[in-house]
Write a protein that binds this ligand. Sequence first.
Ligand code: DX5
Ligand code: ZN
Length: 223
Amino acid sequence: AIAPLIAPSILSADFARLGEEINAVAGTGEARADWVHVDVMDAHFVPNLTLGLPVVESILKTTDVPIDCHLMIDDPDRWAIGYAEAGAYNVTVHAEAATDPVKIAKDLRAAGARAGLSIKPGTPLEDHLDVLKHYDTLLVMSVEPGFGGQSFIDSVLEKVRTARGLVDTGHLNLVVEIDGGINADTIERAAEAGVDCFVAGSAVYGAKDPARAIAALRAQAAG
Ligand code: DX5
Ligand code: ZN
């Protein structure tokens, strides 16, 4: 596995002060976010509504930290490309929502973004293995997507272990990312299972000092 990447999720930030909240994790050294995770929800694929492309475009203008867009939306075949064209570093779509995931990955890469595929806690990794060779990131959901602050679902670590094995043996070339319930109590288990990139919403933006929270999570993940 690569050195741990920490991706704070702005879902738990103050949306009225988004620029400042992102700046708070854009410092230097161990406290700097590797990616800033942006949760796009459409109230259809998930029962919650957040933000869309216009807000992401504004975020991209305010920071040089790579932006990781997690699209919890129906019809990513139509919408994902716009986030890549806007300049997002990584664009992740849900396997359960994608009609032609291979074409999506090709389009995202052609637009200069990393392509990510996400699976919900109940979705088997095996169902999507054949398309993953077209992807750069696998996002394993460790809560049901839709809301921050939920409890970590340990059983998804089996999928992380399988993916880690396939990457380490050269069968896949992916960053393995995990999202949901990552905090001081859970990050070590996820790291041991082979996660490369850790999304943390409430554990970072719920902390008094988000930058310190990132540094602490990073140290725990590094073991
Ligand atoms: C949930 C989102 C997550 C969320 C995680 O559907 O995809 O990115 O922000 O929040 P925490 O870290 O609080 O579980
Ligand atoms: Zn997310």
